[in-house]
Write a protein that binds this ligand. Sequence first.
Ligand SMILES: Cc1cc2nc3c(=O)[nH]c(=O)nc-3n(C[C@H](O)[C@H](O)[C@H](O)COP(=O)(O)O)c2cc1C
Length: 397
Amino acid sequence: MITESLSPLSQALTLPCGATLKNRIAKSAMSDSLGDGAGNPTNEQIRLYERWALGGLALSIIGEVQGTPHFAEKPGNLILSNHSDRNLFERLATAGTANSAQLWLQLGHAGAMADAPISTPKGPSALDLPGLSCAALSLDEILALPAEFAHTASLSKQFGFGGVELHAAHGFLLNQFLSPLFNKREDAYGGSLHNRMRLLLEVIEAVRNAVGPEFPVGIKLNATDQLEGGFEEDESLQVVAALDKTSIDLIDISGGTYFPGAASSSDRAGSGPYFLSFAARSRKKTTIPLMVTGGFKTLSQAERAVSEGNVDVVGLARALVVDPELPSYWLSGQHGEPQFPRFKNPPEGGVTAWYTMQLTRHAKGETALSPHDLEEAIAAYEIRDEARRRIWKSKLS
Ligand SMILES: Cc1cc2nc3c(=O)[nH]c(=O)nc-3n(C[C@H](O)[C@H](O)[C@H](O)COP(=O)(O)O)c2cc1C
C-alpha cells in the first residue's frame, strides 16, 4: 500500500517562477456558470472554491474568466475588468486559497464560439457552418488582444489571485488561431504554424511583462482538437517546443473541442487517462512542468502518471465535481475512489450540463444529483443561462 509520504502526488512542485504547488493535484479549469450574470462572483461560487481548497488540492483554476463582456463563452462567466466588484473578487481569491491552495484564473476569450445571444462572435476568419457562424477579427482587433489579456492578468494579481492560465484549448480563441480549420488568414497571423502561433506568443510576452517574473502564468493547450482538419499532435508538439523558450510556468495538456458535433473531453465517457503519450512526447521538447487533464478516475492512474515521470501535475475536472474532497482521501492513503455517473445516450453537451448543475448543488450545499436527473439538469441549466443572458444584456451589452 502506498503511504502518504511515498505517494508521488504528495510531493511539492516549484514552478519556474518560484511559486510552489503543495502537491500534484489540480482542479483543472471549469466554467462553473456561477457568476451573477453581470460578470461578478456570487456567494455560492465563493463557497465552492473554499470547499475545493479545503479538500486538499494544490491548485484550483476558475474556467473562462473574461477580460471584457464581448466574447464570453457563457453568461455565467466572470468578467475581470476595471468595472468589476473588487470586494467580491477579493473574497473569492481569499476563500479559494484556504489551506495553502493556489487559485488561478483561466483567461478566456471564446472568439468564434462566443455565446451568440450576448455577443457578436468573431474568430480568426469568418465561418458559416451549421451551428457556428462568425465574422473575422480585424488586424487592429488582433493587435489589441495581447494588451487586453495583459490587463486582465494584471488585475488578477492585484485582486489576490495566485496565477493565471491562458486558455488555448477546447476550440476557444487562442486555440482557434492555432487551428487550420478556424484560421484561414493570409496575414502574419495565419498560414504557417509559425504565423498561427504568433498571437499566442505575443499574449504570453505581454502577460509576463504585466505580472512580473514571480507570478505563475500557465497555459492550457490542446494535444489535438480531435477534429478533422483541426490542430493535431505534430503541430502541437512544435508549439510545446516554442513554449519552452517562453516564461510559461505550467503547460496543461488536454484536448477535444466544443465545436458543434465534435468530441469534447468533458462529455467523453471512454476510459482514460487521455493524452499521456502526448505528454511523453512533450517531455522531450521542454523542461516546463507538465499537467495533464482528461479522464483520470483513480488514485493508481494519477500516481502512475506522476511516477512514470512525464506528468508533473494531475488535472482533474469531473472527478472533483463528483467528490470535492477527493485529494485529501487520495493523499491520506484512503482510496475513496469517485463514483462516476453513467448516462444512457446523453445528448451532445448534456454530460457537461449535468456536471455544471452538480457544481451548483455543491455550491449551495444541496444533495447530489443522480444520473437519472439528466434531463431535469439540462433543462435547469438552460433556464438559468436564459435568465443570466437577460441580466447580461440589461447590464453589459
Ligand atoms: C462542467 C465543466 C466545465 C468545463 N469548463 C472548462 C473551462 O471553462 N475551461 C477549460 O479549459 N476546460 C473546461 N472543462 C474541461 C475540463 O477542464 C477537462 O479538460 C475535461 O473535463 C476533461 O477532464 P476530466 O476527465 O477530468 O473531466 C470543463 C469541464 C466540465 C465538466
